[in-house]
Write a protein that binds this ligand. Structure first.
Ligand SMILES: [Zn+2]
Length: 78
C-alpha cells in the first residue's frame, strides 16, 4: 500500500487517539488505524469507520461512560 498523499510505503498499524468532535466537545478515542509514518496521514478501513459511527451514536445517546480529561478553550474575542 502506498500513501495517497506522499507516496511513501511506510504505512503501519498504530494505536492512536482519534479526536471525535461533537459540537464544542472533543472525545478522545483510543483506536488502531493504519498510519503513514512519513506524513502522518491516517487510513480508516470500513470496519473502523463503522465502529467510530457506532461510538458517536452511543455518545450522543449518553450511553457511554466518559470522563473529563481537559478543557476546550477559545480566544475570548472569537
Ligand atoms: Zn504519507
Amino acid at each position: 500500500m502506498r500513501c495517497v498523499i506522499c507516496a511513501s510505503q511506510d504505512i503501519v498499524k498504530k494505536s492512536v487517539e482519534e479526536e471525535l468532535r461533537l459540537g464544542n466537545d472533543v472525545v478522545l478515542l483510543p483506536i488502531e488505524v493504519l498510519v503513514c509514518l512519513n506524513c502522518g496521514e491516517r487510513y480508516y478501513d470500513r470496519r473502523t469507520m463503522r465502529l467510530l459511527e457506532e461510538i458517536e451514536d452511543k455518545i450522543r445517546a449518553e450511553e457511554m461512560d466518559l470522563r473529563t480529561v481537559g478543557r476546550v478553550l477559545k480566544p475570548v474575542a472569537a
